[in-house]
Design a binder for this molecule. Structure first.
Ligand code: SF4
Length: 367
């Protein structure tokens, strides 16, 4: 079973959209609050609704994991938060993103004051973060000095400290090396160090532990837990269900640009309720530690996005909209966007499948 990091209950509990679509009032503002986010990508073959009405929140000290197959919209969601999604071909067409009370998508908001400072990003491809013509030390020093008024010496000390914290051996020497002198996994860790240079309040990390071995992964997860304990919020994209189990307070499952299931990690792992979550967990490869499925390009544009391949599809799944999020087994914190949960009686069969589909065995596969 997942490690329990959920002493406090989910941020979204009070602001959760009810099955009727209403939003309940909340006197506690989360660190990050995303509402109805929509980003489309224009291609030669038409427009892809990469992010299609996504809402979620992340609080201080909370880890929220985004899971879903490649192409489900996870990375575009992350890049849309601070407007770094490449445009064109992407176009952010709607929604709001509030960070610590500031609306990030307002014209007046200077996003540069947030990117890399209060919000750190780790990209799936570390090449995005590292310049090949400068040493990693120079890039870390620059990242520190842009956001903090410190001496050159203090910035260099901080660069060495950051490299050590992300598990780069001999950081005093390696700080003088260029990115090409590091392996892919090390570059990924250097990118994490750059993202942490300014002590961000929120870290948005896209597969930060993919190319590292088990020992380094354990070290990075320990570092993330340390930062969470210090109050940093974490939005983590990963295919590795073991990382989700060890890190997440809450899980968001994405398919076709929408969130189809959400809930505390224990609830989603014990009772994966949405047929897509069940299929995703069924694809979990304990050896490769990944849960993924090939992306499909025939996701319906109306009704339930999963209905083309859902074994439980019925007429009610055909639209016009993605089904509302219904409570699963009476748990208001655990919801599934599936018509079966509109009535508890109908959900019984799916919940029977849920018990079979839970990603059991991830504890047994010790290194
Ligand atoms: S709404 Fe219908 S098609 Fe969608 S997951 Fe539920 S049963 Fe399957």
């Amino acid at each position: 079973m997942p490690t329990d990091h959920s002493a406090s209950r989910p941020t979204e509990s009070a602001s959760a959209e009810t099955a009727s679509g209403d939003t309940e009032s909340d006197d506690h503002a989360p660190l990050l609050d995303v509402t109805d986010l929509r980003t489309h990508i224009h291609t030669d073959r038409g427009t892809v609704r990469a992010v299609d009405g996504v809402r979620f929140a992340v609080d201080r000290g909370e880890a929220v994991c985004l899971v879903g197959e490649s192409g489900s919209g996870k990375s575009v969601t992350c890049e849309s938060l601070t407007g770094i999604v490449p445009s064109p071909p992407a176009e952010m067409i709607g929604g709001s993103v509030s960070f610590d009370g500031t609306s990030l998508h307002d014209r007046e908001t200077d996003l540069r004051a947030f990117r890399g400072d209060r919000i750190g990003h780790v990209f799936q491809n570390p090449q995005h973060a590292l310049d090949p013509v400068y040493t990693v030390g120079a890039q870390l020093v620059e990242a520190v000095e842009i956001h903090r008024e410190v001496s050159d010496e203090a910035a260099r000390d901080r660069a060495v400290e950051l490299l050590g914290r992300v598990g780069i051996p001999n950081p005093v020497e390696r700080v003088e090396d260029y990115p090409h002198e590091f392996s892919g996994g090390m570059r990924q860790r250097v990118a994490l160090a750059v993202a942490l240079a300014a002590d961000p309040d929120l870290l948005v990390a896209d597969e930060p532990t993919t190319a590292v071995d088990a020992t380094v992964q354990a070290r990075l997860l320990a570092l993330l837990r340390e930062l969470l304990d210090d109050g940093m919020g974490l939005l983590l994209v990963t295919h590795d269900l073991r990382v989700v189990a060890e890190t997440a307070d809450r899980v968001l499952v994405m398919f076709g640009g929408t969130i189809v299931e959400r809930g505390p990690v224990e609830a989603v792992f014990e009772r994966p309720a949405h047929p897509y979550t069940q299929a995703l967990f069924d694809s979990y490869d304990g050896f490769a530690r990944r849960s993924d499925r090939p992306a499909r390009d025939d996701v319906p544009e109306d009704g339930c996005r999963f209905r083309a391949e859902c074994p439980h599809a019925i007429e009610a799944c055909s639209g016009p909209d993605q089904p509302p999020e219904y409570a699963v087994a009476g748990d208001e914190y655990h919801t599934a966007s599936c018509v079966y949960y509109a009535e508890d009686r109908r959900a019984d069969d799916l919940l029977a499948d849920a018990r079979a589909a839970g990603p059991t065995g991830i504890e047994e596969d010790d290194d």
